[in-house]
Design a protein around this ligand. Sequence first.
Ligand SMILES: [Ca+2]
Ligand SMILES: [Ca+2]
Length: 522
Amino acid sequence: MKLPGSLSRPDIATKVDTLWSNTPTSVARVWTIVGLALLAVSFPTYAQNGAQNTRRSTAPPAISSASSVKATNDWLQFRGPNGTGVADGPTLPAQFGAKKNLAWKAVVPFGRSSPVVTADRVFLTASEGDKLVTLALDRKTGKLLWRRDVVRARHTPIYKANDAASPTPVSDGKNVIVFFADFGLISYGPDGSERWRVPLGPFSSFYGMAGSPVLAGNTLVLVADQRANSYILAVDARNGKVLWKKDRTNYEGWSTPAVYTPKNAPAQLLVLGSNTLDGYSLDKGERLWWVTKVGTYPKGVPALSGDMVYVNGEGADQPFLPSYEDSLKKYDKDNDQRIQHEEMKVEPQMQEHFGWLDANSDGHIDRAEYDFVRTGTSTSGHGITAVRLAGGAGDVTSTNVVWRLKKSYPNIPSPLVYRDVMYLMKEGGIVTSLNPATGEVLKMGRTPEALEEYYASPVAADGKIFMVSASCKVTVLKAGAQWEILATNDLDEECWATPAIAGNSLIIRTRSSLYSFADGVK
Ligand SMILES: [Ca+2]
Ligand SMILES: [Ca+2]
């Protein structure tokens, strides 16, 4: 059997662990939330959080794009300005709902992608049966301006926690570019006219593709990490012409890249993949440097702040699965030394993830496949990794990693750095504030009215942090090292998407609707 490529990578340490913590139940729980982009929790064992270096960063922000957080009037990609989740300038309400501070509400088809906002439009993707849908709504009124459908090229089976429209669109402020794993890339003009398309796929991902495309000037970048043949692709956003494509050896991933523009050097792409964070040159796609031991299950987007970047990757210190022999004893009723789907029904929550272990989809889990997941993808470091963007080539793990946090970090939600404080939103409703320079935990507490799963990444503006739970309870924090809860607003529906903030509007997608909230509108 051919093993997935990353197992043989010398720079990949071999393991994952936190992810599936110890029991099949937790395995299922975690995987219920994998793959959502896309769009953070544990227990207060924070004293020894793995901070390894206490150098204080006093450097001013060196990132042109990320630091352009002045009066943000648009939100053009997943998690806004360069994926930071931070908008500056607006005034936003702490309390809102169907009858409070509601500017408009629009019914939209299902999809887990997040809204993006230009000066006059809100773009959104969805899927309905065979149709892959792109919507443009009027930003002021929520009125549908146009809808474009393409028929999906295929119907790749993926895990139930993902869907055909989980990647978030990206806009240059005028046009929109969308990515559907069952189709490829498509760009529409402001009036809905198709500008170009780039068919892509099929992709091989048990949990489904989820990373969103991003723009760096006129270059559109898409990271397609899958079971084999992972790659990063750069396309001319003006015409859809492929500029370059580079193979990656990383395994399945669901992370969106970030663009880093050093003060006096060309732009780079920061790509979080299974077990590595890589820096690529934007112009040619050369892999310039990398950091290892960053976890196996990359999600969200690298969070840039000043000359630091923070990434989040699940993993564990010990294998989360029992030995193959123990699993054979439990499941292998026909004694053929392999595990079949039917045999796993004694453990329904494990059975749901059968396809994750059966890498070649032949209906049998064999030892090599099992051990690949048990040890090959699990225990190579994990948690929040803080990396100084200090130059260097090749493996810069030993020189550029400033600290790591291996406890109480999120699974899906990205870290947020806002006004010199880092916030983590972890499943179960656990909020942690940290000193981003050192990893020191400043405060840990709960969101008592929203103790549940979180898929959306936290966003911030107006001195407030917005955290959206799986049942769309939106907790608003007063930002600060000793943060406080200002309000919890209940939209009473399932919620996966990361909110958008543009001007004085807070735009939130629930299962069926898109809401725009603003202070004092009603
Ligand atoms: Ca068997
Ligand atoms: Ca197999």
